[in-house]
Design a protein around this ligand. Structure first.
Ligand code: FMN
Length: 370
């Protein structure tokens, strides 16, 4: 049924489609629907409280008996250099006054969203089939404990070197995240020069360099992207942006509207909101911060300064942080189960016909156009 079955065999699933974890946008309904459709649903967690995570897992298990993934960040502790924080404050003052905000937060010690000992105990209690990390990995003892508990470990890599390091650390599956991807780059070190390797170049090089299953991510929006990922040697895909248009996703009206009008060139990588590079819809704030090339406080400290601006956004005052990838204009507004079925039909028709037949399923699920 699928040309490479490494992932489906390993996880005992029908379709090699992982709905990407997207902190703030994924819901238990989305996750359960994708897992029930034969793929893997993923919850993205950042600052979510442990009790909420525990409750979410209970709800997911009520909705599905299939495997699902819980995702966490594994970034470095921010250094919060006072000079950098102060110069960012200075720069942001103009935007604060534009937004009619007088007070800038004094305390920049935002919760760290880190994978703490308490988080580990919680995940060991929940024992999901999959646990994934972004921005690198927590310590080797954490990985060992999770694996001993029977969890499979996934982590994003944005270069071949990162993928090799992940394999050496005992990760089971590597997610090759190309430059096109929506959301934060999974790069381990934000201070290295990011050459922005695209999915088409990254996937085959990682496939050649490691012996663990490789999942392609970034700019994959329909069956053509999935079929292409298999041709590059991936054994599955992780798709985020495509699932933002499902009714089960937690997406604001402004976000959905931006995706409806999306173009291939209307996003850019920005540190302006979180302190880490993320692909988001361009706006004046993002462009202005990029133009000044000012060092910004580390992730996630920068959120403390940008959150009030995001909240003040209204109509023409646009400081919104709308994350999506370069292929968003290909999105279909379909319930998650239908989206997975559509993707499977498209990809399999292409793969079986040697690429000759493209069963484009029209937007809004209106039917099949060959
Ligand atoms: C809105 C949004 C939020 C994201 N949040 C996370 C996250 O919390 N954890 C994570 O590992 N990846 C996150 N990502 C990145 C995805 O894992 C994945 O790399 C990306 O969605 C793939 O590219 P695509 O959006 O073009 O499909 C996010 C992506 C988006 C679009």
């Amino acid at each position: 049924m699928w040309p490479i079955t490494q992932l489906t065999d390993l996880l005992g699933i029908k379709h090699p489609i992982i709905q990407a974890p997207m902190a703030g946008s994924t819901t238990v309904e989305l996750v359960a629907a994708v897992s029930n459709a034969g793929g893997i649903g993923s919850m993205g967690y950042a600052e979510t409280l442990s009790e909420t995570i525990r409750e979410d897992a209970r709800k997911i298990r009520k909705l599905t008996d299939k495997p699902f993934n819980l995702n966490f960040f594994a970034h470095d502790t921010p250094t919060n250099n006072p000079d950098v924080v102060e110069s960012a404050r200075e720069r942001l003052r103009t935007f604060y006054s534009e937004a009619g905000l007088s007070e800038m937060p004094h305390d920049v010690s935002k919760p760290l969203f880190k994978f703490t000992e308490e988080r580990l105990e919680l995940v060991l209690e929940i024992k999901p089939s999959l646990v994934s990390f972004h921005f690198g990995l927590p310590g080797s003892d954490v990985i060992e404990s999770l694996k001993e508990a029977g969890c499979r470990i996934l982590c994003s890599a944005t270069t071949t070197a990162e993928a090799i390091a992940l394999e050496q650390s005992g990760v089971d599956i590597v997610v090759a995240q190309g430059w096109e991807a929506g959301g934060h780059r999974g790069s381990f070190d934000v201070n290295h020069e990011d050459h922005g390797v695209g999915t088409l170049a990254l996937v085959p090089q990682i496939v050649d360099a490691v012996n663990i299953p490789v999942i392609a991510a970034g700019g994959i929006a329909d069956g053509r992207g999935i079929a292409a990922a298999f041709m590059l040697g991936a054994c599955g895909v992780q798709m985020g942006t495509a699932f933002l248009s499902c009714p089960e996703a937690n997406v604001s009206d402004a976000h959905l509207e931006a995706i409806r009008n999306a173009r291939d060139d209307d996003t850019r990588l920005t540190k302006a909101f979180s302190g880490r590079p993320a692909r988001a819809r361009k706006n004046n704030y993002i462009e202005s911060i990029a133009a000044h090339r000012l060092p910004l406080p580390d992730f996630p400290t920068m959120y403390t300064l940008s959150d009030p601006l995001i909240e003040a956004s209204d109509g023409a005052l646009d400081f919104r942080f709308l994350l999506y990838g370069q292929a968003a204009s290909l999105n279909r507004e379909l319930p998650a189960v239908e989206l997975v079925q559509t993707l499977v039909t498209e990809a399999q028709t292409l793969l079986q016909s040697g690429g000759r037949s493209w069963p484009k399923i029209a937007a809004q699920g209106a039917g099949t156009v060959v």
